[in-house]
Every structure is written in C-alpha cells, then in structure tokens.
Design a protein around this ligand. Sequence first.
Ligand code: NAP
Length: 293
Amino acid sequence: MSFNTSKILPPDGKYVLVTGASSGLGRSCAFHLARVGFQVFAGVRTSAAGDELVGDDTTGRVTPVRLDVTDDESVAAAVKEITAAVGDTGLWALVNNAGVAVSAPLECVTPDRMRYQLDTNVIGQLRVTQSVLPLLRRSRGRIVNVTSGLGSVALPFLGAYAAAQFAKEAMSDVLRRELRQFGIQVSVVQPGAIMTPIWAKLSQGARSALDDLPEETVAPYSVAFGRFLELNEQGARDSTTRPEDFARTVVRALTSVSARTRYQVGKDARTLSVLRRALPDRALDRRLRPITQ
Ligand SMILES: NC(=O)c1ccc[n+]([C@@H]2O[C@H](COP(=O)([O-])OP(=O)(O)OC[C@H]3O[C@@H](n4cnc5c(N)ncnc54)[C@H](OP(=O)(O)O)[C@@H]3O)[C@@H](O)[C@H]2O)c1
C-alpha cells in the first residue's frame, strides 16, 4: 500500500495496541495494521489465542499481549510490557475494540449481566485508555474507540449493549475535547453488522440468561425476542460488510493527518447515524415498533 504523505501519516513501524484481538474485528484489524506497516500489540486473554495469532501472522509485526480489560493487574502488566518495548517512541495508537454484547429485553437484564456489559465495554475501555495515555502523549498519537451503529440508535432487546455504546460515544467526545491540547486525536469507529463470533455468543448468552429467570418475567417477550434473535443472526450472515472493511477504516483513522471524529462502516451503520439525526424520537419509535410486536 502506498501513502500520499501530504494527507497521510505513513505507518513506518509505529506502535499500535488493539484490544480484543483474538477473534473477529480485532484480529482482522491487527493483521491488517501489521500488513500496512504498523507494529501491533494484539490484546488476547489466553496464551493459546496469542500462539494462534503468531502462527497466522505473515508479517512478523504482531506481538500478542495478555490483556483482560476488566482486570487492573492484567492491564498494568500489559502496559508495563508495552512501555518496555516502545521506549521513548511511545505508543502511536490505542484501538479500544474488546467487547461483549448482552441482548435481552431490559426487564430481563439482571444487574450482574448489566455489570458484565459495562465492565467490559465501558469501564474496561476507560481503564486501558488511562493506563496508556502517558505513552500516547509521548507520540501525540491516536485513540480509536470502536462502538457500533447502536451507538447512534438504541434498538429494543439490545438495551444493555446500546447503553454501553452510548457511554463509549460520550467518553469519546469528552476524550477528544480533553486530549486535543496534547495533540492526541480521538475517533469513533461505528461498525454495522459484520459476521464475527460475537453474534453466536450474543444468542447463546441471551438464551442461557433467560433460562435462569422466572417464566412470568420472560413469557411476555418470548415470541418477539426469539424472532429478534433469529433475524439478528440472519442479518449478520447476510451482511456484505467484512472485517477487512472495518480494518481499512481503522487504518484511515490512524493515518489521516486530520482524523474524522466518527467513521461508519457499512450501509446499516450509516443509515442509523442519519436516522438518529433526521428523525424525532416518536418517528424513530414507530420505525422500530415491529421489533417488539
Ligand atoms: N461484529 C459486529 O457486527 C459488530 C458491530 C458493531 C460493533 N462491534 C464491536 O466490535 C468489537 C469487536 O467485536 P467482534 O464482532 O469482533 O466480536 P468477537 O469476535 O466476539 O471479539 C470480541 C473480542 O473481545 C475480546 N474480549 C471480550 N471480553 C474481553 C475482556 N474482558 N478483556 C479483553 N478482551 C475481551 C474477546 O476475547 P476472547 O476471545 O478472549 O473472549 C475477543 O477478542 C466489539 O466492541 C463490538 O461491540 C461489532
């Protein structure tokens, strides 16, 4: 890949940390960043996942780092390792990608499930961001926060996930405003549906979480929610957006001299972003009503 250096900052072996790189979008992104010339620290939770990444890496520029975003000690150990490797150069970018998706009618989301959602996608992201900011400051680097089309519009049966994405959107806006003075640019990347393991995990998690609840809590939703889960997975299977489209967008955010504040990946994410800005709440409610009926 060649770069027009008047508008693009060449990767030139700059260091990037991608969280949640064991599968799906993070994995594809880690490999793509390495292919275009970045040195990538790929966050994984197990050594087996790290070995697999190394085995599939054709560039020699992907280094797995054990990193559980919900665990203080794990984050501290990962940042220590990265600090030793990057030295005075600092870290060029953090891609906050790790995430889980809890799906259920909000009445059925237990506090523990909500905590799991927010701990991973929101507090975990903040923990990692805070820990690497000294390294990003050295390079006047970049943060890319991965949210979702559901960071624009909160869909029924995805209330916990949407709450996390809205929180990430808000944190991204604030970080962008607070970190500008240090020359650090912050972008949000909002993917639409892309077929990755997250969809099967979402359905599995939803079904087993509902099994633990009293029948009278679940019954009023069961038909519509069952249909929603099927359509949801089908939508991801039919999506023409690929993990590589996401990865290319992250490269744009990391290499543009002036990164955009938000990037959508896929037509569905762009549509949700437009709907959010164009439609009043009641009109949006009417469009989404069939999901719950
Ligand atoms: N795929 C889509 O359609 C889509 C659409 C919009 C937004 N997104 C967002 O894109 C991101 C990646 O999703 P994906 O589709 O690639 O899903 P995925 O294949 O399930 O990957 C999720 C990644 O996050 C990691 N992870 C989960 N909990 C973690 C923790 N506590 N600490 C560190 N890593 C953790 C997973 O690691 P393990 O393998 O160890 O569990 C995995 O590497 C998520 O933030 C998701 O919300 C995805």
